[in-house]
Write a protein that binds this ligand. Structure first.
Ligand SMILES: *Cc1c(COP(=O)(O)O)cnc(C)c1O
Length: 469
């Protein structure tokens, strides 16, 4: 296609005897590595000249898509701009060269950052204490549920092993409850996309004495504000359960309202979403867990380690950059941006739930279903236009979910560009459906099998060669 060596592995560019390094003359003499520590055969390393290596990895990096290269409206993931000052702070040698086992009297500065970040999170959430040990949102959920389980057991309330989870919940909620050894009771949503309080009352009447907790996301995964929280919290507390808040998407609430004030007892925050940090491709993350006063003794016990410290530094730098005044603008701006896109596109995309959304919203595919063009096709076609696809086929409440979250940082011009392209794709779906169904046309590879790599990973070159033969 062109001279950029697309698709080749560094091993395939290898030529025997090529070198990309030159070592200085040995001034120290030979050192014999003990036989027991030696490989039985030479490592199979690629042999390439330096320029080939530079081009190979630079071309690979150019195939990557990030918040810094284009619009990335991946619903529920909050792919917001990560200010570069965060990176500078996290890269300070005074932080970067810390070792978790160095003497405590040499790490006072780092500990002060942890304490100050905890104070900021308490102020923003209305909870009383945080642990920073969990490494991601799902890890935080598991930690929080273990806190709740420990609380019930400390009271001799051994039978509380059921957790109520709305059918709109993020998949990690029921998964974390199951990993914690708890049973899931699903509560339905109303046609307006909120927790069905009648269905919840039915569950509470039936199972009240066995309920450990209710897990909720607010705004929920449809981007809707759950207006029934005070009533829900009363129902759960009256039957002896605790309220768990999935704060992965705290973004629209920042400085506007606080989970602690709504009656939540335990929560996690995804620092890597709400408080920036590049987190494409599954990391890095930090999922601190907060509890109300009286539950702190159930948090994980003190140890010299404080979780993903570099993500915490970025979050603290981000919070300080915004300050008390500007933190309040994040939620309203994210909400404005999401509503602007929703209202601009709802004539051509199916909007299952009308009305004001918060930071994100869900379309149920194209409005005109006669073209046969699916949400998957729209998502693939967006790649041709240089946009990252929104989240698709989640939440599971609709068949053709397409979940858009623009975040607060995007300019009106960027939003208008995205809206125009989404409208263009809707037109193409009518005039030339095959064009959309066979997209993408401009990326190095087209449609991949989404599950094969997860179910049948090929992780080494040798394995790959064996597969090909
Ligand atoms: C992202 C997300 C999670 C999981 O967070 P991870 O850091 O990916 O484990 C949980 N709940 C909601 C609502 C989320 O958006």
């Amino acid at each position: 296609m062109n001279n950029r060596l697309y698709g080749k592995l560094i091993f395939e560019l290898s030529k025997e005897g090529r070198k990309g390094y030159s070592l200085p003359k040995n001034r120290y003499g030979a050192y014999e590595i003990p036989q027991s520590m030696r490989r039985s055969e030479d490592a199979q390393l690629p042999e390439c000249d330096e320029l080939t290596v530079v081009r190979h990895y630079t071309n690979l990096s150019n195939n990557n898509f990030g918040v810094d290269t284009g619009f990335y409206p991946l619903g529920s993931c909050t792919m917001k701009y990560n200010p570069k000052i965060n990176e500078e702070v996290a890269a300070l040698p005074q932080f970067q060269n810390l070792h978790p086992q160095q003497p405590a009297d040499t790490t006072r500065g780092a500990e002060a950052v942890v304490a100050l970040l905890e104070r900021s999170l308490c102020a923003l959430t209305g909870l009383a204490h945080f642990t920073f040990k969990p490494y991601a949102g799902a890890h935080g959920e598991l930690t929080g549920l273990m806190v709740i389980d420990s609380y019930h057991r400390s009271r001799g309330d051994m039978q509380r092993k059921k957790v109520i989870v709305p059918d709109s919940a993020h998949g990690t909620n029921p998964a974390s409850a199951a990993v914690c050894g708890l049973e899931i009771l699903e509560v339905k949503s109303t046609k307006d996309g909120l927790v069905d309080i009648e269905d919840l009352e039915r569950l509470v009447n039936l199972e009240g004495a066995n309920i450990a907790a209710m897990m909720m996301t607010n705004p929920n995964t449809l981007g809707l504000f759950e207006t029934g929280i005070p009533q829900i919290a009363r129902l759960i507390h009256d039957c002896g359960g605790l309220m768990y808040y999935d704060g992965a998407n705290l973004n629209p609430m920042l400085g506007v309202c606080r989970p602690g004030d709504m009656g939540f007892d335990v929560m996690h925050i995804n620092l890597h979403k709400t408080f920036s940090t590049p987190h494409g491709g599954g990391g890095p993350g930090s999922g601190p867990v907060g509890v109300r006063e009286g539950l702190q003794q159930f948090l994980p016990t003190v140890s010299p380690y404080h979780g993903n410290f570099a993500v915490m530094l970025r979050a603290y730098a981000y919070i300080l950059s915004l300050g008390r005044e500007h933190v309040k603008e994040v939620g309203p701006l994210a909400t404005l941006n999401a509503n602007y896109i929703k209202e601009s596109l709802k004539d051509v995309y199916e909007l299952p739930i009308e009305g004001l959304c918060c930071h994100e919203f869900v379309f149920d595919g194209l409005k005109d279903k006669s073209t046969g063009v699916t949400t998957m096709d729209v998502a693939k076609r967006l790649l041709d236009y240089g946009y990252h696809a929104p989240t698709i086929y989640f939440p599971l409440l609709f068949h053709e979910s397409l979940m858009v979250e623009p975040t607060e940082n995007e300019s009106k011009e960027t939003l208008d560009g995205f809206i125009a392209v989404m409208q263009k794709i809707a037109e193409e779906a009518k005039s030339d459906p095959e064009l959309v169904k066979s997209a993408p046309h401009t990326t190095p590879i087209g449609r991949v099998d989404d599950v094969l790599a997860a179910k049948h990973p090929v992780t080494t070159y040798r394995q790959l060669k064996a597969e090909v033969v």
